[in-house]
Design a protein around this ligand. Sequence first.
Ligand code: NBP
Length: 472
Amino acid sequence: MSNSDFGLIGLAVMGQNLVLNVESRGFQVSVYNRTTSVTDEFVAAHPDKKLVGSKSLEEFVQSLASPRKVMIMVKAGGPVDAVIESLIPLLDKGDIIIDGGNSLYTDTERRDKWLGDLGFRFIGAGVSGGEEGARKGPAIMPGGPASTWDVMKPIFESIAAKVDGEPCVVHIGPGGAGHYVKMIHNGIEYGDMQLICEAYNIFKAAGFTSAELGTVFTDWNNGDLESYLIQITAEIFKQVDPETGGPLVEMILDTAGQKGTGKWTIMNAVENAVVISTINAAVEARILSSMKDKRVAASKELHGPKAEISADKAALVKKVHDALFASKIISYAQGLDLITAMSAEKGWNLDLSKIAAIWRGGCIIRARFLNDITDAYRAEPGLSNLMLAPFFKNLLNEFQQNWREVISMATLAGIPVPAFSASLGYYDSYRSAVLPANLLQAQRDFFGAHTYERTDKPRGEMFHTDWPEVIG
Ligand code: NBP
């Protein structure tokens, strides 16, 4: 019977939960997984749901109503191409393929052209929210032709998270735009997580217990820092390790990995000559964390001050709040700046207010202050940098002193705060009418006759000096 409204390939954690979400909105869903036992077990575990399990891809495709809507939720990279290759001979022109994984946007652009040339319709959609989001309502960032989006809209809008009644999904733009915006979302997620970790490290050095930290983060989550990541951090500090009876977080090894999206974001920023120093610091912090053995060895050789901070706890909470919030504003300013640059480069015409609005719910970076970002871009769509929106400018002006004090305190105690520092460095550089690049230009002219502009002459007029010869 060819009557399923939707089909999904790839029944790992994301796929299974998305299927249950789609089904719960009244759609009949066909499912297929390369390893058949996974399909069988999944369908058997949900006998009361409108699910159609298929043992073969042929059977799966035949079970779908026309035009077929097939979502691929497999590991990004080669597996996505492998699934598409095997689908092509089975589908009809006009059928829709949606790649919902964390695909690199350039792969999405290639697939968009490849499938478009064959007469199929393709959507590259970033999905955020992890397992729980997929089940209850993720944020979805679809890219591809607007006409294809119109066909998919009812299903995607029904499964997405809702904020103030608005679904956290919007057609982002053509081609790879959806996966691109998901990549930046993940880069920002890296920054948010690292900033929280740096706050934690400072509090630890000031003698806060995990229980106290649970309270601090709970309080923060009831204020202007309210966000999913602050909320789960509060819960993490309250979690007791059943083996030792102490805080679980202190038993977890301090090494983190970094997968594709953080690295891709950095590479794209360099290609576009956009500074994303907070995200950069976050990715590098993960790399340094993974070098556990080298760090342990170096800790015995390289000296620094005792990692202790003596401060009034209540006052420190306020200062770290300000440093964290200010750094977070910078991280978003940088990520959104990169989207702006890429949108111009690709002619995508991306709407930052709509992107910020869908990030308010469902996704990992959902946060109260995304309302303010949405408002800032609604008020001024051509905003040159988020820092300059009145709301954020006022906050940065208010927070900057405490931000400096926290970084100074940490630095004097030898506590690494690479993302806090990178954020402040960006803030101070961006607001400097004069930077020392005059000396840099002199150096370049000295060794390479690269020429320079003068402060007292019109821009574009180039000068060269015959510098003295240096021997040796
Ligand atoms: P995984 O990324 O772990 O992928 C596992 C799935 O891919 C299984 O269904 C597996 O089938 C299938 N698969 C592989 Br691997 N190679 C295949 C091939 N050559 N042909 C057909 N199927 C193949 O699953 P996930 O964690 O659910 O994530 C799915 C996508 O969503 C990924 O792109 C991920 O980056 C993205 N994402 C994940 C999260 C999250 O929180 N996990 C959040 C947001 C986005 P098998 O059972 O036969 O091995």
